[in-house]
Design a protein around this ligand. Structure first.
Ligand SMILES: Cc1ncc(COP(=O)(O)O)c(C=O)c1O
Length: 401
């Protein structure tokens, strides 16, 4: 019994949601119909919670590249990057990512989660270095600090002054200082003041890692991310293939040649299998598409701006300025659960997030916009959210917020 006692609370919550047919955490895509549509609970649904920001999951060139890799190189690498799991496709993708970002070095990992874990744990020696992280950083950055066994100092979200104060208090004998932030934060869709963070970090002799999992391919004139204008000053740039590149895998890019040593020092690089040839090939084809066709990014922003303007008009409690993530805030998880189900019944799938996974005490419904959303999809989203605003006064700013 002892081992399972901890699950009692979870079981009550989980079983309650299942019984009510209301579990946002066990949704099955019964039939995938395209980049923005799937059958869920027997009904055709608009997907607006899939992080398929640049709509690449059904691109012909990506599918063809994946099929060719499958046929030519087989289904899997059956080994880690460090051992037998590095194929020419992994090396090519590393070069192409580095070129796209305008840096010299890039290391591909098995997922974005593993990339951050691998970067932090590979760079940090807990006996002489510290890590400073934005309080709202993703779980994998927290987990990377844990794996490193590092002394970890949190600073206030998106607050370079708070970082400045924390860095000033780091003991002078500390050797390395690594600051971790994200580009766009996925819960609210808010964006980091990266330039200010660069200035503060470097003034204190610290290195800066920016995780652009949700902003790669989307922000900046060339799509390099929120850090695009200061790429030459960023020390480490991490990203994932699971969102804008519509595949699975992750990477750490850098202007520092020392990042290559992660291939030896990083356990998450060495001790897990590498992405299969087909997932690498599809990610590379998606990268080629988004690098050569800025209209994909422009379409995403057109859709994001249109939805944000419509939701503002409806008076919804939006968490941030227009972004590829548009979140509506609720005070209680019960309201958010009900609202999530309401949207699903109206043919719209979004993500639900509840504390402690959210930055504040609120629960939220998170809509991820895609360049592949058609005008009909956008109309369906606006119509479902209009009904939501009517039915849920708590979702509106006028409800005392
Ligand atoms: C900020 C951030 N970093 C890293 C990851 C992990 O990416 P992956 O899905 O490739 O493991 C995520 C995933 O949601 C994320 O939001």
């Amino acid at each position: 019994m002892g081992l399972f006692e901890k699950f009692e609370k979870t079981a009550t919550l989980y079983n309650g949601l299942e019984a009510a047919g209301q579990n946002p955490f066990s949704v099955v895509m019964e039939e995938v119909l395209g980049p923005t549509r799937a059958k869920i609970r027997g009904r055709e649904t608009v997907l607006a919670g899939t992080h398929n920001y640049l709509g690449q999951t059904f691109e012909k060139t990506a599918i063809a590249a994946g099929q060719k890799a499958l046929e030519v190189e087989g289904t899997g690498t059956t080994g880690s990057r460090f051992a037998n799991g590095t194929f020419s496709g992994h090396k090519k993708l590393e070069r192409d990512l580095a070129n796209y970002l305008g840096v010299d070095y890039c290391v591909v990992f098995s997922t974005g989660y593993v990339a951050n874990l691998g970067a932090i744990a590979g760079l940090i020696d807990p006996s002489e270095d510290v890590v400073l992280i934005d309080a709202d950083c993703h779980a994998c950055i927290y987990d990377g600090c844990q794996l490193a066994g590092a002394q970890t100092i949190r600073f206030r979200h998106n607050d370079p002054e708070s970082l400045d104060k924390r860095l000033a208090r780091v003991p002078p004998e500390t050797k390395g200082k690594l600051v971790c932030i994200e580009g766009m934060y996925s819960m609210y869709g808010d964006v980091a003041p990266v330039k200010e963070f660069v200035d503060v970090a470097h003034r204190h002799g610290a290195h800066l890692l920016v995780d652009e999992a949700h902003s790669f391919g989307i922000y900046g004139e060339k799509g390099r991310g929120v850090a695009e204008d200061v790429m030459d000053q960023i020390d480490f740039y991490s990203g994932t293939f699971s969102k804008s590149l519509a595949s699975i895998g992750g990477f750490v890019a850098s202007r520092h040649p020392e990042v290559e040593y992660l291939r030896f020092s990083s356990r998450p690089y060495k001790f897990t299998a590498s992405p299969s040839p087909s997932t690498i090939a599809t990610a590379n084809a998606a990268l080629d598409n988004i690098a050569s066709d800025p209209s994909i990014r422009a379409k995403l922003w057109e859709n994001a701006n249109r939805l944000h303007a419509a939701f503002t008009q409806l008076g919804l409690r939006l968490a941030a300025a227009p972004a590829p993530v548009i979140s509506v805030l609720f005070d209680t998880r019960e309201e958010a659960f009900a609202a999530w189900n309401f949207l699903l019944q109206h043919g719209v799938y979004v993500n639900m997030a509840i504390p402690p996974g959210t930055p504040g005490k609120e629960s939220l419904l998170r809509l991820a916009v895609s360049s592949a959303h058609t005008p009909e999809d956008i109309d369906a989203l606006v119509s479902a959210y209009s009904a939501l605003a009517e039915a849920f006064p708590a979702a509106r700013r006028s409800a005392g917020h």
